[in-house]
Design a binder for this molecule. Structure first.
Ligand code: F6R
Ligand code: MG
Ligand code: MG
Length: 375
């Protein structure tokens, strides 16, 4: 059997420059140093460090499989070191997402977000990874549905005979910690019945139906459920595999041609338009947003991100493109419409969702002043 390659994308908010805005250079330096050492030791094959707003993102390629103790420990130690540096520099929110003190086996359930995919490399394997800031697990339900189930978005579902078999979706119920697998197109309506509730259900994996080829993986960690209170947004990550019997890279990106609404933004308490941006604009500003997403493309080659002639990983900054200017413009128009509503729903999340935010402390204080209404 051929050797398998694992793509691990693990992220954490370890502290940020000027509020919850952006990961500064010194934290990149910490991550690049630790991952370089790990590559030299042969633990990982190569890597790319980037940021989605205030989240430090570690993209690592290796051959140790998913939820591997050593790889997760490497990520945890990297985040811990970077958080130490953030604390020393008095950056904002130092160590914010490191919710547990001691590492135990893997980082799942400890704060960092994880998307991992172990693959048997095809002759050529194009990959797109996504990372979003100021939003929550469940925010990828809509684009994943468009990519792998919606023939009005992915033409290949109709035109490519290798995709006619459809795709299977694993959906996690984040409140009750259980999951279900649904097959499209047969169970498309049932799938939509669940994943439309983005605050509760999140698509975690997608496979091609006829051969169970893994096509997508995304993080479904709910920070508020781990911590039992508001500690910042989940800021999910996702890996999608493309081409040759799977959606083309262009079909993977097509759902982002228009902005759509996600939960998060200021204080994790508002609906906001998701804005696709290149790495240069991967920073949150107005009303701590708007929520942003970056997309990086690469080829997997012999257990690595394919390198250039100098030995550097070749990364395509896919949203750094005027083709997404319309979505960015729509995002700002919708942002301004929503912000005119201030603290009134639907700009603010429903009271059910607000249960996981700091407004509970405000409401708690008012509780005892409420008096029964006498008839
Ligand atoms: C959203 C987020 C920010 C903060 C906001 C207030 O995920 O992290 O919008 O909630 O900036 O932050 P504090 O309470 O730290 O002043
Ligand atoms: Mg933060
Ligand atoms: Mg963040």
């Amino acid at each position: 059997m051929s050797k398998k390659t694992t793509i691990s994308l693990i992220k954490c908010d370890v502290g940020s420059l000027a509020g919850h805005h952006v990961v500064p250079k010194p934290l990149f330096n910490v991550a690049e140093k630790t991952l370089k050492e790990a590559a030299e030791k042969g633990l990982i094959n190569n890597f790319f460090v980037f940021n989605a707003g205030d989240d430090l993102e570690l993209l690592m390629l290796h051959e140790r499989g998913e939820k591997n103790n050593e790889i997760h420990k490497l990520a945890w130690d990297t985040f811990t070191q970077a958080a130490g540096k953030a604390l020393e520099m008095k950056l904002y929110g130092a160590g914010q997402d490191l919710l547990k003190n001691a590492f135990s086996g893997n980082v799942c359930g400890m704060g960092p977000g994880v998307a991992e995919m172990e693959i048997e490399e095809r002759a050529s394997d194009p990959i797109v990874v996504f990372a979003a800031d100021k939003t929550s697990a469940g925010s990828f339900n809509y684009p994943l549905f468009r990519m792998f189930a919606d023939p009005m978005s992915t033409a290949g579902l109709v035109i490519d005979p290798h995709m006619l078999c459809g795709f299977k979706f694993e959906v996690v119920d984040t409140l009750e910690d259980k999951s279900i697998i649904l097959k499209c197109p047969e169970e498309m309506y049932e799938l939509l019945a669940l994943i439309g509730s983005v605050g509760r259900y999140a698509i975690s994996r997608v496979w091609r139906a006829n051969d169970d080829l893994i096509c997508a993986a995304s993080s479904v960690t709910k920070l508020s459920l781990i911590a039992g209170k508001y500690v910042g947004k989940d800021d999910p990550v996702m890996i999608a595999r493309a081409q040759h019997g799977l959606p083309a890279v262009g079909e993977i990106l097509a759902p982002f041609m228009h902005s759509y609404f996600v939960q998060g933004w200021m204080r994790g308490s508002h609906w906001g338009p998701l804005m696709p941006v290149g790495l240069k604009a991967s920073k949150c500003t107005v009303f701590d947003g708007p929520p942003r997403i970056v997309a990086l493309g690469f080829q997997v080659a012999n257990g690595k991100i394919a390198n250039d002639d100098e030995g550097n990983p070749m990364i395509a900054d896919l949203f750094d493109d005027p083709a997404f200017a319309l979505a960015r413009h729509e995002a700002m128009q919708n942002a301004s419409t929503l912000r005119r509503m201030g603290e009134f729903e639907p700009a603010r999340l429903s009271s059910e969702e607000m249960e996981y935010t700091t407004i509970q402390q405000v409401l708690g204080k008012l509780g005892e002043r409420f008096k029964p209404i006498k008839e």
